[in-house]
Design a protein around this ligand. Sequence first.
Ligand SMILES: C[S@@+](CC[C@H](N)C(=O)[O-])C[C@H]1O[C@@H](n2cnc3c(N)ncnc32)[C@H](O)[C@@H]1O
Length: 314
Amino acid sequence: MKAMTTSSWYAEFAAREAAGSSPLYERLSAAVSGDDELLARLDGLPEPKRQPNLLFGVVRFLGGPVDDPGAFRAFARDNWDVIAAEMRTRATQTNEAGRCAVLLPILAALPQPLALLEAGASAGLNLYPDRYSYRYGDTVLGDGEPMLECALTGAAPPTTRPEVVWRAGLDLNPLDITDPADLAWLDALIWPEHEHRRARLRAAARIAAADPPLLVRGDLTTDLAALAARAPADATLVVFHTSVLYQVPAGVREKFVSEVRTLPGHWISVETPPVLDLPGRPDPPDATLHNLVALDGRPLAWARSHGQEMVWFG
Ligand SMILES: C[S@@+](CC[C@H](N)C(=O)[O-])C[C@H]1O[C@@H](n2cnc3c(N)ncnc32)[C@H](O)[C@@H]1O
């Protein structure tokens, strides 16, 4: 298969990811795809570091303009050394608490209490499904912020939140939600028009900062079992991961999946096929990007990437 050029990567990002969700990034990405000077600079970075979300997040983090392609390109040209240094050291670690709305129907139905272990936890915001509030149509659970809204079809909404007695996360580079610089990076990763997600990040960060989770630096393909062994034996262990395995090389994903199946308790995966495809799933509801939600390898539902919609079929 022919490798994708950086130009086509940005053109594709504009057309397939940003279109309909971020008009600003759609315009910016289309402009970058035709900017030979900027493309040459990007090609001087290692291939995984050339990605649109990383470039745009770093420019936002540095206070650069993203609302006008001309101003963006001038900023990128004038500040390239700083931008490149940030792109080399940072990674896209978007932490979306909204994904808890997709986990909740499964978590609430498991034997309580729960010991949660998130693989690829970023700052660990998805380790607080018991502390957030939820709205599934007319069903509302909790009344504080953040209120996570999910259009759920095909199943009755959950009526309770889980009881969580232990929460731990594993990440190659755990972010510290109490560190203003890490919080600023998470904020910069949220697309410019998504103000509701920015408010959600701040509300979730307040909850996590009041009682920070155990976050361990490590690789989910080698360090999972050791962390799982620290979970209390009298709680149901739930290992879960959301939007993580696309960052793990294809060859080693299988190793992780084999290992997770050997652990006690349950395993919830929220990943896109073909990153993690599982037998027994129907086709996704439409052509937009969907995550496949599965419990112990059994497909149960499709979910949109920020937890805003869930189509249950299991
Ligand atoms: C896109 S973020 C998603 C974070 C969180 N799961 C969520 O849904 O909000 C992916 C995270 O996985 C982590 N990650 C990627 N590969 C990993 C690996 N091999 N072991 C541990 N963490 C990894 C990254 O550092 C990053 O924080």
